[in-house]
Each structure stands twice: as structure tokens, then as C-alpha cells.
Ligand binder design. Structure first.
Ligand code: RM4
Ligand code: MN
Ligand code: MN
Length: 424
């Protein structure tokens, strides 16, 4: 389903006057308005191919209907998202959930919707029906060389597919670890994993990056072989300049200071980028900004400060991806909310009065530092983000338009109630 531009324009017309008032109000307060608008326009977030269907838990799954039945239909859904918010211009594929049968045709279809291919994700945490060895006791860490070899070859295959699609990064997330004390020799598991990663690293083209994602627990409940940023950093540091640490917001123990992790990884030039989501307890994969928007702002504050300190391009020098799942929301609405939350946090971070903050830090003035941060955080930047969408041809009210055009109803008519998208 393709959204007609004139319908978005019509809907925008109805909101135009109210929007203009709100925009003028906040814009008048922003000293670096042109710079902020330019940066907002350039900032895109990749959508994971596994987030277009309804997510489930081990207790059940309740589909809302009209789920994409193929990679082509997933691309169409991201096309809808991008047409509405003009900020979701990339797709991150999970192999083997979404193997392109004809890479050229898939690339062309994506391009029709203005989409490119972001990082490729390998999957050695599930067994596939046709595979020789099981990953029950790990993949890259496995005690049996034959299993490790199979997992390495899978990753190399994913790189090859990525090359055909024009991607330039491989995300490796491992479920490897152990469920019980004594099950695993930690050092041996690290060494095996490192050796396997070295082989994958060697197969990457020079202009590719490896994103090594960490996660503190689940599906293994006693130890994880890439459990935290420090462990990921140990691997990527040894691997070389093409390897970086990927931060998934839901992969930390409760109350971890993620913004500090981000700042220090950037200082070392080893931050790959993000899997955005939100969580209350664990890897909940909830809508970005739905639980702790202040933390998201603090992370973006460090990102903007760190990227500027290193002269980095905000839009392109790090990987920006969503990794979420939705049990009770329409996946497309959920993703619209996630992208919006990310752009809001980014816009707020761009408004931080850096000079004043540095002054406060040099004077050990904790109260002023808090004033500066919260001044930016409490600014309602939604009209800036909406204006940036409007200028790019998107919708002032993406969810409103999604609903009034009855996109989900049409998708159900086209695809049926009971379709199931590949993914978790
Ligand atoms: C993991 C991790 C990976 C994602 C899978 C589906 O928890 O976040 O990035 O690919 O879930
Ligand atoms: Mn992730
Ligand atoms: Mn996760």
C-alpha cells in the first residue's frame, strides 16, 4: 500500500494554522534554529525488519491483523512509515528471517520507497530446520569447532547478502552463555568467541563495520558471553578498527548509567550506534520514550556533545536503529511513536546551552548544570520536529493520518486477518 501525497497534504492543511502558532512560539526561543532544523531533517532511524509484525511473549501472541507476509510487504510498511514521518529511510534486515530472494529487485523496491539498507543482523540464536549443528549450547563460543564453523559461515553469508543490498555493517548479537554455574569455562568461551569473531571480521570488506551488541542476560540466565559494554569493548578493541560496540538500551541491568557508557565508548572511538527501545525491567523492547524519556534525553545530550567534540556527522557516523517489539499496539503506530521520541530527544539535546553547561561544570555548580539540562528537556520541541516533517513532505500528525486513512484496515483487507510476519 502506498500513501498518496495529496492525502497527507490535505490532512496537513487542516492542522496548518495551529501548527504555525506553536512553531513560531518555540522557534522564537531557539538561537540556532537553522542549524537545528537542518540536523533534524538529516536524522533518520533504521527500522528493523522484525518489528513490523506483532510481538509476543512466551505466554502468547495477539496479532492485530494485516501483518506483512514477505520481505516485500515489510518494505511497503516501512515505506508507509517513511512517507508519514520522513525519518525512517532505512531498513535493518535479520537473516534468515528475511532472506532476499532477488537482491537487485529488493534493492529497487526499497529505493522506490526512499529506503536504503542499514546494518545486517545475523542469527545464531535459533536453529533452522536445514542446519547440521544445534546452537543449544552456543554458537561462536561452542566447545565443538564444527558448530563454531557453521556459525562463522552463516555470518559470512550475511555479509555477502549485505554487500548485494548496499549495506555496510554487520550486527552480531549472540545468545551465547550458560544457564548454570559450572556449565562453561568463561575464559575458554571468550577465546572461542574471539577466534570466531576474528574470522568473521576478516571476511568484512574494508568499508564495513562490525557492531558487537552486548546483553546482560536472556536467553541464558547465568552468564552471557558478551554480557556488557566492557566485555564487548574487550572484543572490539582486540579485533581492530572495523569493530565497534553496539548499545541496545534494554540490555543493561536496572539503573545502569547508559549515558556514561555512551560517552566513554565515544571517547575511545568505539561506539557503533544504537538499538533504541525502552524498558522498565529487562529487555522489554517497549516503545522508545514510553518509560524513561529523560534518560533518552541524557543519552542524546552525551551523544551530541561527544559527536561534536570528535567532529562527527550526527546523521551518518553512528548507526541509528530501533529494536522493539509490540504486544498490544499496532506495529506501525508504535514505530511512529518510537521515531518521534528519538527525534524529540535529539532536538532537545541540540537546544542545550553548551557554553553555560561547561561554565557550570568548571565552577562545580551542580544546580546550574541541572537548570541548563532541564531547560532544554522541558522545552516542548514537538513543533520543531513536526515542522521538519512538514518541510520534508511528511505528515504533521503521522498517527492521526495513519488512522484517518485507515491504513491498517486496508492492510487487513489486502493481506488478511491471520497473516504472520517472520520475527520473534
Ligand atoms: C535480542 C537483541 C538483538 C535482536 C534480537 C531479536 O535481544 O536485541 O539485537 O536482533 O533480540
Ligand atoms: Mn538489539
Ligand atoms: Mn534485545
Amino acid at each position: 500500500m502506498q500513501l498518496e501525497k495529496y492525502k497527507i497534504d490535505e490532512a496537513n492543511q487542516q492542522k496548518a494554522a495551529a501548527h504555525q502558532r506553536k512553531f513560531d512560539y518555540v522557534a522564537g526561543e531557539v538561537a540556532n534554529l537553522d542549524d537545528v532544523m537542518e540536523k533534524l531533517a538529516a536524522f533518520n532511524i533504521a527500522i528493523p525488519s522484525w518489528a513490523l509484525g506483532t510481538g509476543g511473549t512466551r505466554f502468547g501472541r495477539f496479532s492485530g491483523g494485516g501483518e506483512p507476509r514477505s520481505l516485500e510487504e515489510k518494505i511497503e510498511d516501512i515505506g508507509v512509515l517513511h512517507a508519514l514521518n520522513r525519518s525512517s529511510g532505512a531498513i535493518s534486515l535479520h537473516i534468515p528471517w528475511d532472506i532476499p530472494k532477488d537482491a537487485k529487485a529488493i534493492k529497487a523496491l526499497a529505493a522506490q520507497h526512499g529506503l536504503r539498507f542499514d546494518a545486517m543482523n545475523s542469527n545464531t540464536f535459533q536453529d533452522q530446520s536445514n542446519q547440521a549443528h544445534s546452537y543449544k549450547f552456543g554458537s561462536l563460543q561452542h566447545v565443538d569447532k564444527a558448530v563454531r564453523k557453521q556459525a562463522v559461515e552463516h555470518n559470512i553469508e550475511v555479509i555477502k547478502q549485505g554487500i548485494e543490498l548496499g549495506s555496510n555493517a554487520l550486527t552480531v548479537w549472540l545468545a551465547d552463555g550458560s544457564c548454570f554455574p559450572g556449565q562453561l569455562n568463561f575464559r575458554k568461551a571468550f577465546e572461542n568467541t574471539y577466534e570466531s569473531l576474528e574470522e568473521i571480521y576478516a571476511a568484512m570488506p574494508d568499508d564495513w563495520k562490525m557492531y558487537l551488541e552486548y546483553k546482560c542476560y536472556e536467553p541464558n540466565f547465568y552468564s552471557t558471553t558478551v554480557a556488557d559494554w566492557g566485555q564487548s569493548y574487550m572484543y572490539v578493541n582486540k579485533l581492530g578498527p572495523k569493530a565497534y560496540t553496539l548499545v541496545d538500551l534494554g540490555h543493561h541491568l536496572p539503573n545502569a548509567n547508559i549515558e556514561q557508557i555512551v560517552s566513554l565508548l565515544m571517547m575511545e572511538g568505539k561506539l557503533a550506534g544504537f538499538h533504541f527501545n525502552d524498558s522498565k525491567y529487562g529487555d522489554d523492547d517497549l516503545t522508545v520514550g514510553s518509560i524513561n524519556p529523560y534518560q533518552l534525553f541524557l543519552i542524546f545530550n552525551e551523544l551530541v556533545e561527544g559527536m561534536d567534540a570528535r567532529g562527527m556527522n550526527h546523521a551518518n557516523d553512528l548507526g541509528w536503529m530501533i529494536d522493539a517489539s509490540h504486544n498490544v499496539k499496532d506495529p506501525i503506530e508504535d514505530l511512529l511513536q518510537s521515531v518521534e521520541a528519538i527525534k524529540i530527544a535529539y532536538a532537545q539535546a541540540l537546544l542545550v546551552d553548551k557554553k553555560k553547561l561547561v561554565e557550570a561544570q568548571l565552577n562545580n555548580d551542580a544546580a546550574l548544570a541541572q537548570e541548563v539540562l532541564q531547560q532544554a528537556y522541558r522545552t516542548d520541541v514537538r513543533p520543531l520536529v513536526a515542522e521538519s516533517r512538514l518541510r520534508a513532505g511528511g505528515a504533521l500528525d503521522p498517527i492521526g493520518v495513519f488512522r484517518s486513512l485507515q491504513v491498517r484496515g486496508n492492510l487487513i483487507k489486502e493481506r488478511g486477518e491471520k497473516t504472520v510476519a517472520t520475527g520473534l
